[in-house]
Design a protein around this ligand. Structure first.
Ligand code: PGA
Length: 249
């Protein structure tokens, strides 16, 4: 169901002590009465700690990645079953850093999405164009194929557990954000493509914006009609900034 989400993607930041102290501070400083779901995605090693600290709170825990196989000889990898067995029900897939540095392809990502859904997990699926695609006006085309190649094979029912995050690669960690108009244009485009493929359920899909969201630009981005919240990197590492972004929605 479409709703407001603010998710923090910590990437390869914060050890166990830092994770514990951030989450305890977050619980204390969390804005009240907000109709928004808050999610934190710490490193694998801190997922269990995070689920324990956040057990009786409204903050959910997500993994930043997972392997597509059920199990087996895949040294260093983490399965869906391992995640759900410690209470992690949400996974981020298709982040541009996974695509770029770890060569995750659309077909591989389709496989990971299928595995996650088989385990009744919710997927935050990232799409977004590179700067060259924006300059050559291919940005919608690129995002269309990212959706088509990894998500459009899914049956209608599966969409209940899909959240899309639009993250223009040129805006990630660069301090440069998409303008609210650019974000709205792409979010609307994404919703239209889902509608074209699946009909009305597109109105129920939550679409997050990610890419240099900060306390001072969050409100104008979140006020766009097709923007349902944010996937926050850098600004999710600081409790004050993160809670300010939650308040901005
Ligand atoms: P950023 O990262 O907020 O630091 O740009 C966003 C992301 O990669 O999800």
């Amino acid at each position: 169901m479409r709703h407001k989400i603010i998710a923090g993607n910590w990437k390869m930041h914060k050890n166990a002590q830092e994770t514990g102290s951030f989450l305890n501070d977050l619980i204390n400083e969390m804005p009240e009465e907000k109709e928004v779901e808050v999610i934190i995605a710490p490193a694998f090693t801190n997922l269990m700690l995070a689920t324990q600290i956040l057990e009786d709170t409204n903050v959910a825990v997500a993994a930043q990645n997972m392997h597509q196989a059920e199990g087996g000889a895949f040294t260093g990898e983490i399965s869906a079953d391992m995640l759900t067995s410690i209470g992690v029900q949400t996974v981020i897939l298709g982040h541009s850093e996974r695509r770029q540095y770890f060569k995750e392809t659309p077909a591989l990502l389709a496989n990971k999405v299928d595995t996650a859904l088989r385990h009744k997990m919710r997927v935050i699926f990232c799409v977004g164009e590179e700067l060259k695609d924006r300059k050559s006006k291919q940005f919608q085309n690129v995002v269309f194929y990212q959706l088509k190649d990894s998500l459009f094979h899914l049956p209608k029912e599966a969409w209940e557990n899909i959240v899309i995050a639009y993250e223009p690669v040129w805006a990630i960690g660069t301090g440069e954000t998409a303008t609210p108009e650019q974000a709205q244009e792409m979010h609307q485009f994404i919703r239209e493509q889902v509608a074209h493929q699946y009909g009305d359920l597109a109105n129920n899909v939550t679409i997050l914006y990610g890419g240099s969201v900060k306390p001072d630009n969050a409100q104008t981005i979140f006020s766009q009609p097709d923007v349902d919240g944010g996937l926050i990197g850098g600004a999710a590492l600081n409790v004050g900034d993160f809670t300010a972004i939650i308040s901005a929605i």
